[in-house]
Write a protein that binds this ligand. Structure first.
Ligand SMILES: [Zn+2]
Length: 254
C-alpha cells in the first residue's frame, strides 16, 4: 500500500523553505483537493522540479504517500507560471488573498474539483489583466456559494417576498436581503436591486468563467460590501492578505 505514485494537475498555493534544500509545498489538486508534502531537494533539483513549485503555477505533479500527514512529491512539470501576476503588487496581493481564503475554508484532502476550476479561472483573470475588482468579487461570490453560505438575494430572507423596487436592505446575520418591513429598526446595508440581480446572474454561470462579465461600478462597490460582510461571518480569522491589499491600495490612491 502506498507504493504506487499518484499524479494530478495542481496549482501551487504556497511553499516553505525547509532545511538546506527542501521545500514543504501545498497545492490545490484537481482530483484530491488540497495536498501538502515535501519536495526533497526542491530548492535545487532543476531536473525534478525546475521552477514548477512557485506559488500560483499550474503543474502536473507526481507524489507518493508517506506515513506522516505530508506526502513526498517526486517530480513536477510546469504548465503555466502566470508570471504576469508578479508585475503588479495589486494582482499578486489578490492572488495571495484567493489562496489564503481557500486554505482557511477548505479541508485538506477532500476532492473538490469546482474549487480547482474557480482558483484556476481567478488566477488566469488576474494574470490576463482583467478588472481585478471584478475578478475578486466573482471569486468571493462563487466561493461563498460553493461553501453553502450564499445569502438570499432576490427575495426577503424573513418573509420571502420577491423584490420589485430598490433599494433593498442587506444583513448577512439575518440571511441576506430584507424587505423594508422586515428591515425596519435595524442598521443594515442598503443596496440596489440591480446589484442583487447582477450577483444572482453571475452565480448561474460556469464557476471557472471570468471573461465576458462587465459589472458596473455600483455593482462592484455594493457587491464588495455584501461579500465583505458575508465573509466576516464565515472566516475563522481576519485575512492577512487583505491588510496588505489595504496598504497598497491606499498607497496607490495617494
Ligand atoms: Zn420581508
Amino acid at each position: 500500500m502506498g507504493s504506487q505514485p499518484n499524479s494530478s494537475h495542481a496549482i501551487v498555493l504556497r511553499q516553505i523553505i525547509y532545511g538546506e534544500s527542501d521545500l514543504i509545498v501545498s497545492m490545490l489538486s484537481a482530483e484530491h483537493g488540497i495536498i501538502r508534502g515535501f519536495a526533497h531537494g526542491g530548492r535545487r533539483s532543476v531536473k525534478r522540479f525546475g521552477s514548477a513549485l512557485a506559488p500560483f503555477s499550474s503543474i502536473d505533479v507526481r507524489w507518493q504517500a508517506s506515513r506522516s500527514d505530508l506526502l513526498t512529491f517526486l517530480d513536477a512539470d510546469l504548465c503555466c507560471a502566470r508570471e504576469a501576476l508578479r508585475h503588479s503588487a495589486l494582482r499578486l496581493g489578490l492572488a495571495y488573498y484567493g489562496v489564503e481564503l481557500l486554505e482557511m475554508l477548505l479541508n485538506p484532502g477532500e476532492s473538490q474539483p469546482h474549487f480547482f476550476r474557480l482558483l484556476q479561472g481567478y488566477l488566469d483573470a488576474l494574470a490576463e489583466d482583467q478588472n481585478p475588482r471584478q475578478a475578486r468579487l466573482l471569486f468571493e461570490l462563487r466561493l461563498v456559494q460553493q461553501l453553502g453560505y450564499i445569502p438570499h438575494l432576490l427575495h426577503c430572507s424573513d418573509c420571502f417576498v420577491q423584490f420589485n423596487h430598490t433599494p433593498v436592505a442587506f444583513d448577512p446575520a439575518r440571511g441576506g436581503s430584507l424587505c423594508p418591513a422586515c428591515a425596519k429598526d435595524t442598521q443594515t446595508l442598503h443596496v440596489a436591486l440591480g446589484t442583487l440581480g447582477s450577483l444572482s446572474r453571475a452565480l448561474h454561470t460556469e464557476i471557472g468563467l471570468f471573461r465576458g462579465f462587465k459589472l458596473g461600478e455600483r455593482t462592484l462597490d455594493e457587491g464588495a460590501m455584501i461579500l465583505a460582510q458575508v465573509l466576516t461571518n464565515i472566516l475563522p480569522r481576519q485575512s492577512k492578505s487583505l491588510r496588505f491589499l489595504a496598504q497598497i491600495t491606499s498607497f496607490d490612491a495617494s
